[in-house]
Design a protein around this ligand. Structure first.
Ligand code: BGC
Length: 355
């Protein structure tokens, strides 16, 4: 829904984000060198890593910084704020396709900005999932999607091959539409092969087709001999509650005043999370619930109740999680006030459980 344009001032962006506005470098056509992070890569078991990831938040997907550094809301200091609030992981939402040219080359300036963000997040001790989020195009133009997705991982995977194990790759957010379940099962294997050529043991994040919904877990096909995979599920049930007033879901755009929190609501939540857990145990794959949230049009108290219930249900079953999203909607952090939306933060991370 929020598309980014191809206009970009990448290297200048990196300078501004680091607070080096006076030291901007002229844009360069040369790809940035593989970054160094001061921490070597060591393989880590997927389940162990997933436990350490614990609590997280989606960031940067719709921030203006990707096209204009001077309009950035998010700065590298927000990683410190996020860590201090008690989060251990971030899902870095990347809409890269507009920055891949006709020859398949990813804009080096875009990549330089990504490097700055990844390094700053790692420096705060956060785990970073690099999420390719061009799911809208992939849902309606499979050919362009396949070309761009392949170009993306062919360049990004080797670029981060020496990054610490706290950098994970998520192949594609919410495959759906033209990217049918069978096509997604084939596609994910192709992308995984590209990634494995340079990152044989990095943990990779993959969700099932049809919007990463829990109903699709039984149809997800993963290579049995690859244990360095963490499986993603997204959860927005019931949609009439979480998406009430949302312009992009016509069925619920005019439906307001839906509350949540009855015994039946909790029963459905627990039943569905038990289904996810059973799949996880039967298939020996850890679960990362890396999108859940209730849109801003629901009553704040109900949003907090639902967000807290989902986070606790995930934790009770050993799933790591990442809330959707820091900003600009489902808002958890208010950039205008430079402060957290406290009811949501306290629901996600009850102060007495903060680490
Ligand atoms: C999309 C967002 C949307 C959210 C909830 C995400 O995957 O990227 O645009 O707001 O799902 O519907």
């Amino acid at each position: 829904m929020h598309r980014v344009s191809a206009m970009f001032r990448g290297v200048a962006v990196a300078g501004v984000l680091l607070g080096l506005a006076g030291c901007q470098t002229a844009p360069t056509a040369v790809a940035p060198p593989t970054p160094t992070f001061g921490e070597a890569f060591t393989p880590i078991d997927a389940a162990t890593q997933n436990t350490a990831m614990a609590r997280g938040v989606n960031v940067l997907g719709y921030d203006p910084l990707w096209k204009d550094a001077f309009k950035a809301r998010f700065t590298t200091d927000h990683f410190r704020i996020i860590r201090q609030a008690g989060f251990s992981n971030i899902r870095l939402v990347m809409q890269s396709f507009d920055f891949i040219d006709a020859s398949g080359k990813l804009d080096p300036k875009w990549l330089a900005t990504l490097d700055v963000m990844v390094k700053a997040a790692l420096d705060q001790g956060l785990t970073v999932t690099l999420d390719e989020h061009d799911y809208e195009l992939c849902g309606k133009d499979i050919d362009t999607c396949r070309t761009k997705l392949k170009a993306f991982w062919t360049q990004v995977a080797p670029h981060f091959k020496d990054a610490p194990n706290r950098v994970l790759f998520e192949i594609l957010n919410e495959p759906h539409g033209e990217m049918t379940v069978p096509l997604w099962n084939a596609q994910l294997k192709e992308e995984l092969a590209i990634i494995r050529a340079s990152n044989p043991t990095r943990n990779i994040v993959i969700g099932p087709g049809a919007w990463n919904g829990l109903e699709q877990l039984p149809y997800l096909e993963l290579p049995k001999d690859d244990q360095h995979i963490i499986v993603v599920v997204h959860y927005y049930h019931p949609m009439e509650f979480t998406h009430q007033g949302a312009a992009w879901v016509p069925a619920y755009t005019n439906k307001l005043g839906v509350s949540w929190g009855s015994a039946a609501d909790y029963a459905l939540l627990n039943k569905e999370f038990d289904v996810i857990k059973a799949w996880s145990v039967a298939n020996n794959r850890p679960i990362y619930l890396n999108e859940f949230g209730a849109y801003d049009k629901a009553a704040m108290a109900d949003r907090a109740t639902w967000d807290g219930a989902i986070a606790r249900a995930a934790e009770a079953r050993g799933f790591s999680w990442a809330y959707w999203q820091l900003d600009p909607d489902f808002v958890l952090y208010d950039f205008a006030k430079s402060g957290w939306v406290k009811p949501i933060l306290d629901a996600l991370i009850p102060p007495q459980t903060k680490n």
